[in-house]
Design a protein around this ligand. Structure first.
Ligand code: C5P
Length: 233
């Protein structure tokens, strides 16, 4: 059965206090939370522990990309923190992802879900070409997702535009999709975007939502409405 708690709220805040006061307004029965680079750099592992004490599953979104030994060591620390999900960049390659998988499963606590970032949702075709990737975006996502699966990862981060394609080519592989915007929202730096309902209809398993919830006039009501809309599917 698919997980009914599909929304992961990105707590992209500069301090632990701001992140915790936002999290305390959210219901851990309705969402999970994501700690990314800004918050983790500012607040460190204690913010993960504080969120867990408040009942939240935590996605530690540090997108590790380094040599296999370094990534494995970082993933081992994340696993020992008890995070629910952790991610690496798939372009780090098979050996790096396989080492991350072994590290995720080496601890005594429950292994976190290991997710590989394919092509950032902020990137468009011309920017991929700038970094030497000439495949169409969906082919690049498929290539990296196939490699991630072969390496032992549990799933990928992709845009909602590629989720249905991956449902066909890699059924059962978890698809986490940022690039979520409510109708009428500003896409800002994101490029490959979709609404929550359309993303789940297209095959996304989890939706990472930042500014559309945290920047809304009433984040709590916005999250409730998204949850209600998704329950109707
Ligand atoms: O505010 P917004 O909804 O655009 O935030 C998206 C969040 O998802 C940010 O925290 C960003 O770092 C993260 N993310 C992303 N693209 C990925 C992986 C994570 O936008 N490929």
């Amino acid at each position: 059965m698919s997980d009914q708690k599909k929304v992961i709220v990105a707590l992209d805040k500069p301090t632990a206090d701001l992140a915790l006061s936002l999290a305390k307004t959210l219901d851990p029965a309705l969402c999970r939370v994501k700690v990314g680079k800004e918050l983790f750099t500012s607040a460190g592992p204690v913010i993960v522990e504080a969120l867990q004490k408040n009942g939240f599953d935590v996605f530690l979104d540090l997108k590790f990309h380094d040599i296999p030994n370094t990534v494995a060591s970082a993933v081992r620390v994340a696993a020992n923190l008890g995070v629910w999900m952790v991610d690496v960049h798939a372009v780090g390659g098979e050996r790096m992802m396989a080492a991350a998988y072994d590290a995720a499963h080496s601890g005594t606590s429950r292994a976190p879900l290991l997710i590989a970032v394919t092509v950032l949702t902020s990137m468009e075709q011309s920017e991929l070409a700038d970094v030497g990737v000439t495949h169409p975006i969906d082919k690049q996502v498929e290539l990296l997702a196939t490699l991630a699966k072969k390496s032992g990862c549990d799933g990928v981060v992709c845009s909602p535009l590629e989720a249905s394609m991956l449902n066909t080519t890699l059924p059962g592989f978890i698809k986490v999709t940022p690039g979520i915007r409510l109708a009428g929202d500003d896409a800002s730096d994101q490029r490959r975007v979709m609404t929550p309902v359309k993303a789940v209809e297209g095959g996304a398993d989890y939706l990472v939502i930042g500014r559309s919830v945290t920047g809304a006039p009433d984040p709590v009501a916005t999250l409730k409405q998204i949850s209600l809309d998704l329950q109707k599917l």
